[in-house]
Design a protein around this ligand. Structure first.
Ligand SMILES: [Zn+2]
Ligand SMILES: [Zn+2]
Length: 125
């Protein structure tokens, strides 16, 4: 599994970084960490889904929309977290400016391809 390999190489989860802040230095590894918040929405009716990160991808907790039964969804990045999205959103702690050339960056395609947004090379869970 490629993900196992990546996680073994990059093992700091930046757990001490406060997700309420936009940017903070991780006290464990010294990297500047950017908190990126994402939510998922039903592609059919637009209702918000509670979101989790699975295999490095932001996905809805539920397989099907509770409102319309669709299994299509879109992923949106939130410019900042607010109190009414916090129950739905998931945070990804991304190294903002890496000092370590061997660390990985996470690449998001801004262009939405139908309802499918790709996540390449997740750097941590
Ligand atoms: Zn760290
Ligand atoms: Zn729906």
């Amino acid at each position: 599994m490629i993900f196992d390999f990546l996680f073994n190489v990059h093992h700091c989860n930046h757990d001490k970084v406060d997700p309420a802040l936009d940017l903070e230095y991780c006290p464990d590894c010294g990297e500047l960490i950017e908190n990126q918040w994402f939510i998922t929405r039903c592609a059919c009716c637009g209702v918000k889904h509670k979101s989790i990160v699975r295999n490095g991808k932001v996905v809805p907790v539920d397989n099907f929309c509770h409102n319309c039964g669709s299994n299509e969804y879109t992923v949106e990045r939130l410019p900042q977290i607010n109190f009414f999205d916090v129950n739905f959103a998931v945070v990804i702690k991304k190294v903002f400016c890496s000092k370590n050339k061997e660390s990985y960056t996470q690449c998001w395609t801004d262009a939405k391809q139908e309802s499918d947004i790709q996540v390449l090379l997740p750097q941590s869970l």
